[in-house]
Design a protein around this ligand. Sequence first.
Ligand code: GDP
Length: 237
Amino acid sequence: MGGKDNLSCSMIIQSATYVISSPDYTQCPKADRPEYAFIGRSNVGKSSVINMLCNNQKLAKTSSAPGKTQLINHFEIKSLPSPRGEGGEKRNAIAKAKDQWDAWYLVDLPGYGFAKVSQTARRRWEQMIENYLRKRENLVNVFILIDSRHSPQKLDLDFVNQLGEWGVPFCLVFTKADKETQKEVSKNVKAFLDAMRKTWQFLPRHFVTSAEKKMGREKMLEFIEACNSEATKAENE
Ligand code: GDP
């Protein structure tokens, strides 16, 4: 499966570079390109998914270094669209002009669910996350990571519902799918979506991933590519 994904036609990541860690959304880099944020409980596999997407095993380590865990971590990604259809022609044309790579931000947000943080630290986190998610103008989508080994957890459902109330667009990313049988993973994914159905009219997009097996990489990059091209179109209109 991994091999197939490696040879696939998804977007090509040319570079992924750590930019800055910010304590507040007002101090984030200029909002001049599409941005995608990643969030989930600690240990859900967020760094692993980010590294898998960027083909760089050391990338997200920067943001989990001591002192950076409560900050908004920006990475600049430069990519080429996949070779299919319209994007393919564009890719051939721009491959020659390397200054024309698509540029977007990937943001690693501090996770929730730390057992040992103080009330004060938790409140600071909540305020920072709420401000960032509701006010960051170029935020296109939030990927909420959920461990596929567990049945639906209240903490994750609460966070998802909160984003819904705020009207922040998001997708679900079920992680570590290689750690359980496919049957168990499907059961947990279905249970989570069923739990959402109780209050949601439409369900968000979801991806089942394994950083270990590079599973789900292509679909996530395709989604990002489609959002990037929508964002560019909207900008040119
Ligand atoms: P984070 O705290 O959310 O950034 O989580 P990490 O990416 O550091 O992952 C936490 C642990 O889960 C590490 O020991 C990873 O090696 C492991 N892990 C993460 N993703 C996967 C996966 O897809 N498959 C397996 N088998 N282990 C994973």
